[in-house]
Design a protein around this ligand. Sequence first.
Ligand code: SF4
Ligand code: FES
Length: 248
Amino acid sequence: MNLTLHVWRQPNADVPGRMMTYQANAISEDMSFLEMLDVVNEGLIANGEDPIAFDHDCREGICGMCGLVINGIAHGPERATTTCQLHMRHFHDGQELWIEPWRARAFPVIKDLVVDRGAFDRIIASGGYVSVNTGAAPEAASIPVPKVDADAAFEAAACIGCGACVAACPNASAMLFTAAKITHLGVLPQGQPERHSRVIAMVDAMEQEGFGSCTNIGECSAACPKEIPLGTIAQMNSDLLAGSLHRS
Ligand code: SF4
Ligand code: FES
């Protein structure tokens, strides 16, 4: 199939960007979206032009590096699908596509379609861990974990930190990401000692990074490739209230 691409090009965060138009020809429906961009880049390089910068790593939907807004939708039109796992069979010959980076004040553009998601790293560093004593490994079955808690932790731990929730939210809120990280630790026995201090520190870090507030629109969960439920935000807010009361 042949496609017309309108791609955001921006040399760096200090220079204004603009959409530029390219042709993507002879694209197989079996290619992934990133493979289609690889083909376009090969053509640009062959012509001595600057290739389009975009993030990727695993290309298996597990690392969270990729992320493009395709025709206004974070990660494109397929639900529960990362950009790297989105295949060209979901588009049609002759289609026009608008490809943009995540747009949020807390995610400044590095180049073209690549944004700096260091804000997520700083939220994690503020409390997204459990502290354990070093020494001999504990007996694996010495801390029983109820099945319902294990399932809730697994569900929240599926977050790959891609940032689509921020890109999809009209407020550019990072509540779903932060809530997923808080929930997957907070519902396990190992996460209890720091449960209150963790939620206070991580929400504080999130607010300092310049993300917007949550107004319960739900676009974050709808765009999430791992389908993290909105209930994690309720869990985080509950923990935050408990942590605030505990502290005062
Ligand atoms: S909550 Fe979903 S959309 Fe947000 S960073 Fe995690 S995986 Fe990506
Ligand atoms: S490149 Fe790893 S999730 Fe897409």
